[in-house]
Design a protein around this ligand. Structure first.
Ligand code: ADP
Ligand code: MG
Length: 324
């Protein structure tokens, strides 16, 4: 039995006039995985996603889904579906008719598409709202409807462009676990664009970090976090120090830095209470700033203040050399 479909980007490039938005991407999204495409604003995430969906033309290279080059197929023929940043529901159609819309375009009769729409609405826990209009729903509810609408086409790959950015922080965390559940249940590939590291870490089986139109690093979420390859990735993922050590740049996780009796001499520059941790920044004698995330109980056993002298220590082997 088939378990899914690989999606492959081959030398994929997008140019807008003189701007290269996506430069020669080569990547295989393995079947049935939750992939987060992560990177700062303007790095080419949406352009990549829109090319995969067929909402943007390819300048060079190709998109291969399940062994077939889909680069020049119209969006509805690709086996992909896209959920947009703005949910773009039709305001004059009920929730059920919104969800069934693409089936109506295909000429499916009303009883069949209503039944299918109801099924999808159940899946996203919106069954009881089928007769409402979009304006009668909260943002989070509209989003579930948009999700049901994208899924009714039974895509092989669901594309989501910053789907959680319009939600408040509480709802965002709830929706992201919903998305993960749905992906597991459906077993299809989700490609989820975000500029949030936390969101990517929480969701991704595979993480693809982009910067300046190229893939800077890709791999399992834990691997990217624990072994950032470049200074950009280390800084972008957060929670890491980038420091010079024996003439090379190295990364050191902030939660690996201890305040010890011996170690690198430094002066406390700032102390920020963060709940579970205290974020302590210290300036070394070489003028480098080092962040230490100290468990709060440990910190308050022996509190520090700006100006205090401290020694920074870490286990050998925790330093991680970065590529230039
Ligand atoms: P991201 O989604 O990562 O923020 P985008 O893919 O939207 O990045 O944009 C990548 C680059 O391409 C940016 O420099 C952006 O200004 C440019 N760009 C995006 N869309 C267009 C467009 N329709 N026309 C011209 N330039 C564009
Ligand atoms: Mg974008």
């Amino acid at each position: 039995m088939r378990t899914g479909y690989d999606l492959e980007l081959v030398h994929l490039t997008k140019r807008y006039g003189d701007t290269v938005a996506v430069r020669d991407l080569n990547y295989v999204f393995s079947a049935g995985s939750y992939v987060c495409l992560l990177g700062p604003s303007g790095c080419g995430k949406s352009s990549t996603l829109r090319m995969i969906a067929g909402h943007e033309s390819v300048s060079d290279g190709s998109i291969v889904l399940d062994g077939q080059d889909v680069s020049y197929l119209p969006p509805a023929k690709r086996g992909t579906a896209m959920m947009f940043q703005s949910y773009a529901l039709f305001p004059h159609l009920t929730v059920r008719d919104n969800v069934g819309f693409s089936l109506r375009m295909k000429g499916v009769d009303k009883p069949t598409r209503d039944a299918k729409a109801n099924e999808l609405l159940e899946l996203v826990d919106m069954g009881e709202y089928a007769d409402r209009l979009p304006a009668q729903l909260s943002g989070g509810q509209q989003q579930r409807v948009a999700l049901a609408r994208a899924l009714i086409t039974e895509p092989k790959v669901l594309l989501l462009d910053e789907p959680l950015s319009a939600l408040d922080p509480f709802l965002r965390v709830r929706m992201r676990s919903e998305l993960k559940r749905l992906q597991r249940e459906l077993g299809i590939t989700f490609i989820h664009v975000t500029h949030g590291q936390d969101e990517a870490l929480a969701l991704a089986d595979q993480m693809v970090v982009m910067n300046n139109a190229v893939i800077e690093q890709a791999g399992p979420a834990r691997e990217v976090f624990n072994a950032p390859r470049t200074e950009f990735v280390a800084r972008f993922m957060g929670g890491h120090n980038v420091i010079s050590f024996n003439g090379a740049k190295v990364a050191l996780r902030a939660d690996e830095v201890r305040l010890g009796a011996t170690g690198l001499a430094a002066t406390v520059a700032g102390v920020e209470y963060q709940g579970a941790h205290v974020a302590l920044t210290a300036m070394t004698e070489a003028g480098e700033e080092v962040l230490a995330l100290v468990p709060e109980a440990k910190f308050f056993n022996s509190p520090k203040n700006p100006g205090d002298a401290v020694n920074l220590a870490w286990d050998e082997g925790r330093l991680h050399r970065l590529q230039a």
